[in-house]
Ligand binder design. Structure first.
Ligand code: NIG
Ligand code: MN
Ligand code: MN
Length: 321
């Protein structure tokens, strides 16, 4: 996909304990995807990594910049992870936003994601600030399946609604932009958020969410004791969609687990719950697209945010393999 990305994929490397399946780690099996036409999907359908190296949306949203180096840090955290079975994963390289051209970068990401979807791949997009979500969604909405009438749903794991009314796109606006995109093409906006922090969202944002029919669960209703509620929430949303886009904003996790984000969570959803949701979605047969957003390696402590994110992505990829 060298014609569609800005940065071509590098070979992966990492710790090597010897040959054979018993020693295999991610870096042994991830293959660079360089052809402009992605190989047709086999079984299991390939997962293809695309980076979105951008923190322009975070900057515009008055956040702490640094997420542009997130894709590299996530690849480095995934590379040494040991595999207990085969996976089918490509790396297509990065879309890189420079000189503040966020909107053009989102368009480019949409083209990569749409191309991968039409070839039967699961795009796994590594952000980047949460402005990545609008680019990811553009690809899904323009895919052949969506154009043929598939019901799309966005499940966001996030402390924030990201439904800001600001006219300038940023990391605070992607789901309001998606709502407008869906309205413009005559499609229903199906958006669910798990992990909403009440003190991190103004009344305006709650009113916007209500007006748009957004389904949400608060962070303090997502503990391990709340698994039954969380399961029902996820299953009800899955029942209502044909193709699910899962977007993970790492600030949904407690700050102790995910300090390396623009806006660390004072409360947060425990990693047990987030992993449970990832498992459920990955096994649903409806997961079409996934991204992870807001990793800021410069603010991370001992790489713990990157490691947690990589572990969740590992879980998603291996659960559906
Ligand atoms: N991705 C954006 N999230 C938040 C940031 C909040 C903050 O910086 O405190 C938002 O815009 O609401
Ligand atoms: Mn957030
Ligand atoms: Mn967000």
């Amino acid at each position: 996909m060298t014609g569609l990305v800005d940065v071509t994929p590098e070979p992966w490397s990492g710790r090597d304990d010897g040959p054979g399946a018993e020693h295999v780690r991610w870096h042994h099996v991830v293959r660079p995807l360089v052809a402009d036409d992605p190989p047709a999907a086999d079984s299991p359908a390939p997962t293809t990594i695309v980076g979105f190296a951008s923190d322009e949306g975070v900057r515009r949203n008055k956040g702490r910049t640094g997420a542009a180096t997130g894709p590299g840090a996530l690849r480095r955290a995934l590379a040494p992870m040991a595999l207990s079975g085969p996976i089918n994963v490509f790396d297509a390289g990065d879309v890189a936003v420079t000189d503040g051209e966020l909107e053009a970068g989102q368009e480019r990401l949409g083209r990569v994601v749409g191309t991968l979807l039409d070839a039967g791949h699961l795009p796994l997009v590594l952000g980047g600030g949460h402005a990545v979500a609008y680019g990811s969604f553009l690809g899904l909405a323009r895919s052949r399946a969506a154009q043929a009438g598939a019901r799309l749903g966005v499940l966001n794991l996030d402390a924030h609604f990201d439904l800001r009314p600001d006219p300038v796109p940023s990391s605070g606006t992607p789901f309001r932009q998606i709502a407008e995109h869906e309205r413009a093409r005559g499609a229903q906006f199906r958006y669910a958020v798990l992990g909403i922090s009440q003190p991190s969202n103004t009344r305006v944002l709650f009113d916007t969410a209500d007006a748009l029919g957004v389904r949400y669960l608060f962070d303090d209703a997502c503990s391990v004791a709340d698994f039954a509620v969380v399961d029902r929430f996820v299953d009800a949303f899955l029942d209502d969609v044909d193709l699910l886009y899962l977007t993970i904003d790492l600030d949904v996790l407690p700050a102790a687990v995910a300090p390396g984000v623009s806006a660390p969570a004072a409360y947060g959803v425990p990693v047990e719950t987030v992993q449970r949701v990832c498992d459920r979605v990955a096994r649903s047969g409806r997961l079409a697209l996934c991204d992870v957003a807001e990793l800021n390696p410069a603010l991370d402590i001992d790489g713990r945010t990157a490691r947690t994110a990589a572990r969740l992505l590992h879980r998603i990829v291996t659960a559906r393999a």
